[in-house]
Ligand binder design. Structure first.
Ligand code: PRP
Ligand code: URA
Length: 209
């Protein structure tokens, strides 16, 4: 069963409080989402494999540790996932980036895929799917379905804020996927928005309405 990790790091909680606030404008919102994306990536990559390498320090030879050449890919769910992507890439700059475009049908709240472009060597890569919001769970489930259909086997999901309903459905649909969350909120409202949440992540990131 995939694990659910909820971050309690003070820096993440501090920044998240500004991200949530209604009066935070687009520029600051974007910067903060980027920073939290980077901080979360530090934890999400904690179990990456290391290998021994022989190096010379100015003083002596030693056996040091380096990443075992693991091939990584970050996959933002469009649009709002884009806001977390650069933060993750600051820590793993060699990662490939795939894109999956989904929107929620406003009537049914069901996700509809409108775009998918992924790296070619899918089977060999470790994927981190990023999206600020896990609400009903539909978008994350569908994005991961889409990745698996194309051959991905090792997938993590990372978001800023999740509703308990979405976490349960995602765990059920993809029990092999570890879920990383900065805050687990109270519930969903009748429109499928997370309460207390942060509002519409895409609109707040891109200044649309
Ligand atoms: C938001 C958010 C998630 C989705 C979460 O995207 O970025 O992708 O909703 O909701 P769910 O868990 O109920 O599926 P939205 O559909 O608003 O599209 P956007 O990013 O283009 O604004
Ligand atoms: N999508 C958002 O952008 N916000 C929510 O609260 C739920 C889904």
């Amino acid at each position: 069963m995939g694990k659910v990790h909820v971050f309690d790091h003070p820096l993440i909680q501090h920044k998240l409080s500004y991200i949530r606030e209604e009066k935070t404008g687009t520029k600051e919102f974007r910067e903060l989402v980027d920073e939290v994306g980077m901080l979360m990536a530090y934890e999400v990559t904690r179990d990456l494999e290391l290998q021994d390498v022989e190096i010379d320090t100015p003083v002596t030879k030693m056996t040091a540790k380096r990443l075992a050449g693991k091939k990584m890919a970050v996959v933002p769910i469009l649009r709002a996932g884009l806001g977390m992507t650069d933060g993750v890439l600051k820590l793993i700059p060699a990662a490939r980036v795939g894109h999956i475009g989904l929107y929620r049908d406003p009537e049914t709240l069901q996700p509809v895929e409108y775009f998918a472009k992924l790296p070619q060597d899918i089977e060999e890569r470790d994927f981190i799917v990023v999206d600020p919001m896990l609400a009903t769970g539909g978008s994350a489930i569908e994005a991961i379905n889409s990745l698996k259909k194309r051959g991905a086997t090792k997938i993590r999901f990372m978001c800023l804020i999740a509703a308990p309903e979405g976490v349960e459905l995602l765990k059920e649909a993809h029990p092999d996927v570890d879920i990383y969350i900065a805050a687990l909120d109270e519930k969903l409202n009748d429109h499928g928005y997370i309460v207390p949440g942060l509002g519409d992540a895409g609109d707040r990131l891109f200044g649309t309405k």
